[in-house]
Design a protein around this ligand. Structure first.
Ligand code: MN3
Length: 203
């Protein structure tokens, strides 16, 4: 029982015009798949880990045999991070509605949605190099954090509920160097219904 790519809940062109079909296709079927394949390869002599949730493995990296720890951190991270990334985007207008407990919590923590969006966007623009920006639940509290490469906040005891991919492969075909335009566009496809569900589970 190996890890496998979760099925996308939308077509490759569903997130257009904000995320172009070619980028989504390559990102999912090449980049994400490569992380999944390399995770399976890293674990092929440690089959007991195939029974685990990848998030649990990432939460307890120190339990891994040392010889596979880096490979699992990088590729298990790449696998898990993209699982969440696809899940928190949608083309469904109903699911895009910013509502529910997550709305209350964000407005309480950041004063307003606009203030939250500004802070999250700023974190994405300030992040140097490849990595991710996340909204996490940490000790019951919402926080914006960023990680380098394919690191996942779950390895620091935080629960991610929203993320955006800052690797150039996430936007370069369409936006080239214009990360700010990509981030601004990405807000239009956030699946707030999914984020709300994750918030309720975590809080
Ligand atoms: Mn990516």
């Amino acid at each position: 029982m190996k890890f496998f790519l979760p099925k996308l809940e939308y077509e490759f062109d569903a997130l257009e015009p904000w995320l172009d079909a070619k980028t989504t296709e390559i990102h999912y079927s090449k980049h994400h798949k490569a992380y999944c394949d390399k995770l399976n390869l890293a674990l092929e002599n440690h089959l007991e880990f195939f029974r685990e949730d990848v998030n649990k493995i990432l939460a307890e990296l120190n339990k891994l045999p040392e010889e596979i720890r880096t490979a699992v951190k990088n590729n298990g991270g790449g696998f898990a991070n993209h699982n969440l990334y696809w899940e928190v985007m949608t083309d469904n207008d109903e699911k895009k509605k910013f509502d529910g407990e997550i709305k209350k919590a964000i407005e309480e923590k950041f004063a307003s949605f606009d203030e939250f969006k500004q802070n999250f966007t700023a974190a994405a623009l300030m992040h140097f190099g490849s990595g991710w920006v996340w909204l996490v639940v940490d000790g019951g509290e919402l926080k914006i954090v960023s990680t380098a490469n394919q690191e996942n906040p779950i390895s620091e005891g935080k629960t991610p509920i929203l993320c955006v991919d800052l690797w150039e492969h996430a936007y370069y075909l369409h936006y080239q160097n214009r990360r700010a335009e990509f981030i601004e566009a990405w807000w239009n496809v956030v699946n707030w219904s999914a984020v709300n569900g994750k918030y309720l589970n975590a809080a």
